[in-house]
Design a protein around this ligand. Structure first.
Ligand code: SF4
Length: 242
């Protein structure tokens, strides 16, 4: 049996043992196929249970409670991924907040042993944990939620803005693929504050920025005027509105 297959079998066995012991990754949801969450890859998305922040616009409230019952155990997810070898090429760890869970490094290791590229969606709340798993990641989508002075209000968490900036610095200094993105509508913070955030990111060294127009629960998208788009776009090597 080739080495990679031996590693994958061993990881699957470890995952089953971890799930039985209650120490495996806690998974609140699974998307079996996505073409949009991991650039250039056909991927599955693993939604990790639990998030320490409480953003006012969170669209995944069912994932916030780290101790809530989960519909999947990690061994089931790995068994599913086993069946997708050769069909998918990547796995995205999203949330919730994946870096909340101490089981993330082992989960990444197991997924890589199956031959998948790995991606992380994070708010950057645990820079030390992010640094530890960076060598196991091919790509990171980092949410910078607001300018520093209003970040903590938006997340209802003191110190969250500073932590997100530390994660951004780590990622910019690494070779890991990075998408820095921000969700915005004028009720979250003002256009002037959005422009200030763009300047802040530019000064940090961000070259590619994605602005996500906030969607209301009814699916209505925030309006971002063309002049504002042009101004923001002029600050970055690439700028995308999503
Ligand atoms: S960081 Fe993400 S998952 Fe956590 S509360 Fe904010 S939007 Fe929701």
């Amino acid at each position: 049996m080739p080495n990679s297959a031996v590693r994958a079998e061993a990881s699957a066995r470890d995952a089953i043992a971890a799930a039985r012991a209650g120490t495996g990754l806690r998974v609140g949801g699974l998307t079996r196929l996505t073409t949009i969450d991991f650039p250039g890859r056909l991927a599955a998305v693993v939604f990790c249970q639990g998030c320490p922040w409480r953003c006012s616009y969170c669209h995944n409230p069912e994932l916030l409670d780290a101790n809530a019952p989960t519909p999947w155990d990690w061994a089931q997810v790995l068994a599913f991924l086993h069946t997708r070898r050769g069909l998918l090429d990547g796995v995205v760890f999203s949330g919730g907040e994946p870096t909340l869970q101490t089981a993330l490094p082992e989960a990444l290791q197991a997924v890589r042993a199956l031959g998948f590229a790995t991606a992380l969606h994070t708010g950057g709340m645990y820079p030390e944990r992010l640094a530890a798993v960076l060598p196991q990641l091919d790509w990171v989508g980092l949410d910078i939620k607001a300018p520093l002075h209003c970040h903590d209000v938006l997340t209802s968490t003191p110190g969250s803005g500073a932590r997100a900036r530390e994660s951004l610095r780590l990622l910019l200094a690494s070779n890991t693929g990075l998408e820095c993105r921000t969700t915005w509508h004028s009720g979250l913070f003002t256009e002037n504050q959005l422009l200030a955030l763009a300047d802040e990111l530019m000064e940090c060294g961000v070259q590619h920025w994605v602005l996500q127009a906030h969607r209301s629960p009814l699916g209505e998208s925030a309006e971002i005027s063309l002049p504002l788009q042009r101004t923001l776009s002029g600050k970055f090597q690439s700028f995308r509105l999503r």
